[in-house]
Design a protein around this ligand. Structure first.
Ligand code: FAD
Length: 372
């Protein structure tokens, strides 16, 4: 007979959202939390691994910054290339520092923190469907038939997860493909964002991960699925990095992965369930940043569940508060992302860089870095 597990809270997915929720539940004194992931850890995740200043702040709140910092590569500035080919290098200023921390390491550190605070982690567990009872979600069943019954289910399965989410909600997609290289020429501690015509209103990037390794990728639109990702990436690399990659060694293959988002922050809860992170379409529409949003919504979701379990709030009240707090945290910046993308289709950035509008470029650069 298949195993059955009883939990106060069960979480699907151990990315930044799910691990932050689990670690924060531990901080809030909630016991009997089960976290599952279809992978075992450490595992890779296709990602630029850029963490914005707000992400760093969230890591401090989670009490995990001390473990992340020694693994982090500090970013102190940004090189921007405009659609017209003009470029500008800006130092970020001491208040806008960011880091790159490879996701294999980053996610594993967060997971270890959750486990240290009492979470039971079950690896190689692929959640197949929700356990529903009269419209209420009461846990989920794994592909091997194992049932996890829970008072509350937190859905943190990322972009492809459809369990416990509103499947009718329109989702927008940013396409991405990327790779890793050792010994490519780069300026230490500077990220590069290239708003090239090939990919506008999105961008290509180079993020240094350490003294030798960089990741390079592109994000692009492809609403009718007509673009060849590898061809587009090759064209981008030849145009911008052909020379600098000449003596570099590629590490592993190129990886493609979609990023799902919505301008409409909401539809994140229902009886017995809370959706967090990219499963709830909370990624930045212009920069594709999702690590900070995952961790932040994970913390807010944990607070909602802790409030209900302790009897401080009704379920309906806590769910409403969670949705409101997510809106407050992300809505304006997501709308700002829409404006930024529209601006990229005009010559505004070119003019500013070409004619030396330093204040505009500097504040623009700081904003982009803030949502790396
Ligand atoms: C190419 C690319 C570059 C990016 N660069 C950046 C960047 O530089 N900075 C940034 O902030 N964001 C970046 N993002 C976005 C970021 O990677 C995601 O938004 C972020 O990982 C979302 O976190 P999450 O915890 O919600 O989901 P995920 O990190 O996707 O984690 C979900 C977890 O759930 C597990 N899972 C899924 N389904 C199931 C299931 N059925 N059962 C069990 N487990 C399941 C998965 O194995 C995974 O471990 C990038 C994305 C892409 C594709």
């Amino acid at each position: 007979m298949s195993e059955s597990i009883e939990a106060n809270v069960a979480i699907i997915g151990a990315g930044p959202a799910g691990t932050a929720a689990a670690a924060h539940l531990g901080q809030l004194g909630v016991r009997n939390v089960v976290l599952v992931d279809r992978a075992d850890f450490p595992r890779d995740k296709t990602c630029g691994s850029g963490i914005s200043p707000k992400g760093i702040e969230t890591l401090r709140e989670l009490g995990v910054w001390r473990q992340i910092e020694p693994e982090a590569y500090w970013i102190k500035g940004i090189r921007i290339v405009t659609p017209g080919g003009h470029e500008s290098v800006q130092s970020a200023g001491s208040d806008v520092e960011a880091i790159i921390c490879h996701r294999r390491t980053f996610d594993h550190i967060l997971l270890k923190k959750a486990v240290e605070r009492g979470t039971r982690f079950i690896p190689n567990f692929s959640a197949a469907e929700a356990i529903e009872d009269g419209g209420r979600i009461k846990g989920f069943v794994g592909r091997d038939g194992t049932q996890i019954h829970a008072k509350y289910t937190i859905v943190a399965g990322g972009s492809h997860c459809r369990i416990g989410v509103n499947k009718e909600k329109p989702r927008r997609i940013i396409n991405a493909i990327m790779g890793w290289w050792d010994d490519c020429e780069f300026t230490p501690h500077i990220v590069e964002m290239l708003f090239d015509k090939l990919v506008v209103p999105y961008y290509g990037w180079l993020f240094p991960e350490g003294d030798r390794r960089v990741n390079i990728g592109i994000t692009y639109e492809d609403p009718d699925n007509s673009k060849n990702a590898r061809q587009l990436f090759r064209e981008f690399l030849d145009k911008h990095y052909g020379q600098r990659l000449k003596n570099a060694t590629q590490v592993g293959g190129w990886k493609g992965h979609p990023i799902h988002y919505s301008y409409d922050v909401g539809d994140l809860t229902g009886p017995g369930r809370v959706v967090i992170g990219e499963a709830g379409l909370m990624t930045h529409p212009a920069t594709a940043e999702g690590i900070y949003q995952g961790m932040k919504s994970g913390m807010l979701g944990a607070e909602a569940v802790a409030d209900i379990l302790s009897g401080r709030t009704t379920e309906a009240g806590a769910m409403r508060t969670y949705e409101t707090k997510c809106k407050q945290a992300f809505h304006l910046s997501f709308l700002g992302g829409r404006v930024f993308r529209r601006l990229l289709k005009t010559p505004a950035l070119d003019w500013a860089v070409q004619f030396g509008e330093q204040a505009f470029v500097k504040s623009g650069a700081a904003r982009v870095m803030a949502h790396m």
